[in-house]
Design a protein around this ligand. Sequence first.
Ligand code: ADP
Ligand code: MG
Length: 159
Amino acid sequence: MTCSPFQDSGRQNISKTTVNMNQLVSEIIRGISGEKIEWAISDLPDIEGDSNTLRQVWVNLISNAVKYSRGCEHPHIEIDSYKESDAVVFFIKDNGVGFDQQYAGKLFKVFQRLHGEDEFEGTGVGLAIVEKIIAKHGGGIRAEAEVNKGATFFIKLPI
Ligand SMILES: Nc1ncnc2c1ncn2[C@@H]1O[C@H](COP(=O)(O)OP(=O)(O)O)[C@@H](O)[C@H]1O
Ligand SMILES: [Mg+2]
C-alpha cells in the first residue's frame, strides 16, 4: 500500500470490483498511531469501484483530517455515508482548523493550499488526486468548512 501523496494515483486506470469501504477505512486508521483522536466510524456500504485508487482517496482525506485537527484540544473525526437516489455520499468530518468556505473550490487544484507550510506541512496535491480518482469513478467531491470549526469532505459515487 502506498501512502505517498506524491504518487499520482489519479493517472492510473481503474478496474472495478466490489470494494469493502469499512475494511479500507479501518485498515488506514489502524495504521495511524500517536494521535489522540476520537474516531466515530459508521458502518459504510460496499461500492463498485477500484480498491487501489479508493484506498488512496481515504488515505489522503484521513491524513488531512488528522493533520488539520492536530492542534485541537479534543480532535474528533467522523466518517459516515448516506444514500441518494442514484449515488452514495461518503463524508469525513473533522473539528480542526477548517478554512474559509469561499475558497473551497480551489482546494482541488494542484498546489493550492490554504494553510502555510510553516503551520502545516504539505505539498497541496492530495486533494487534486482525490478529485481525479472520484471523477474517474463518475462521481464528485465537495467541501464544507468554517474557520476554526472544522471541515467536511463529501465524496459522491454513483451506484
Ligand atoms: N481537513 C481539512 N481541514 C482544513 N483544511 C484542509 C483540510 N483538508 C485540506 N485542507 C486544505 O486544503 C489544502 C489542500 O489539501 P491537500 O491537497 O491535501 O494538500 P496538503 O495537505 O499537502 O496541503 C490544504 O493545504 C489545506 O489548506
Ligand atoms: Mg493533504
